[in-house]
Design a protein around this ligand. Structure first.
Ligand code: CP
Length: 308
């Protein structure tokens, strides 16, 4: 089954093809209202389930808009309102949904639940975020970088703060798209070692630089994310100040970066924590382009699942 679970599972050629197709679909929508379908309705006659066990704004709306614009229909399901929330197994839920729909996107907690879901589903499954990874977001981010600056191959990405699920997918992407990665965050918040190994085994340089001002110097792209993910306990004010604040992306840090470096954040942002408003709303920020490109790249991901 052509599932879209992690960038590390999918060949580079396919990932590059997904982005190329997303670019074409985006261009073909110029002049169309958001409620109009695309010229090429790849999901015509298809029903797509969007299952959420965690909150969402972008993933929820961009997937539903993507399905509708591609001529399909979306069913949005919340885990807490399903029997899944009352103890029906992941495997049985996957089998049941497969009898009704043609594709399933799921946002869940445990990455193993995603694997279990995909194993028992008879239709393609897309990872809409787990505690471990967020591949759709990084596909949108690479599409955004390449729109602004050309190929990401050979570029250097500096990540600041917590080595979370988005960071893991960036490391998978480093191995697949051929860019270098610098992590700059607290020692106890380092990224998943498996993802670091994957990136290195696939030719990417991965460095750990605990001085943020050294980490930023050669970066073409500066990225951060919330200090605590949805599944994490809130940090104390003391930890925020002592451990995290040194890695905040602010005007001083951006001033040390290359003048043409871009800033990304998958959102939602906690302004004045991991990033200041000065940077979020500044000229190097492309955060809302990333948001928009979720829509375009996810259309392409859904098509890849159906065509592969
Ligand atoms: N970036 C992202 O996945 O946003 P949501 O949590 O709002 O879906």
């Amino acid at each position: 089954m052509p599932d879209f679970l992690d960038l590390s599972d999918i060949p580079s050629r396919d990932l590059e093809g997904i982005i190329a197709r997303a670019r074409e679909t985006k261009n073909s929508r110029i002049g169309r209202a958001n409620g109009e379908t695309d010229a090429d309705t790849r999901l015509g006659g298809k029903l797509v389930a969007l299952v959420f066990e965690k909150p969402s704004t972008r993933t929820r709306v961009s997937f539903e808009a993507a399905v509708r614009q591609q001529g399909g229909q979306a069913l949005v399901l919340y885990g807490s309102e399903m029997q899944l929330g009352r103890g029906e197994t992941v495997a049985d839920t996957a089998r049941v949904l497969s009898r009704y729909v043609d594709l399933i996107m799921i946002r869940t907690f445990d990455h193993n639940s995603l694997f279990e879901f995909a194993e028992h589903a008879d239709v393609p499954v897309v990872n809409g975020l787990t505690n471990k990874s967020h591949p759709c977001q990084i596909m949108a981010d690479i599409m955004t970088y390449e729109e602004k600056r050309g190929s990401i191959r050979g570029r250097s990405i500096a990540w600041f703060g917590s080595g979370n699920n988005v960071c893991t997918s960036f490391l998978h992407a480093a191995g697949r798209f051929g860019f270098d990665f610098v992590f700059s965050g607290p020692v106890e918040m380092q990224p998943c070692s498996e993802a670091v190994d994957f990136a290195r085994e696939n030719g990417a340089s991965v460095q750990f630089e605990f001085d943020p001002y050294s980490a930023v110097v050669d970066a073409d792209l500066i990225v951060t994310d919330a200090w605590t993910s949805m599944h994490d306990a809130e940090l104390s004010e003391k930890d925020k100040l002592q451990k995290m604040l040194p890695f905040q992306v602010n005007g001083d840090l951006m001033a040390k970066a290359k003048p043409d470096a871009l800033f990304m954040h998958c959102l939602p942002a906690h302004r004045e924590e991991e990033v200041t408003s000065e940077v979020m709303d500044g000229p190097q920020s492309v955060v809302f382009d990333e948001t928009e490109n979720r829509l375009h790249v996810q259309k392409s991901i859904l098509s890849w699942c159906l065509d592969s």
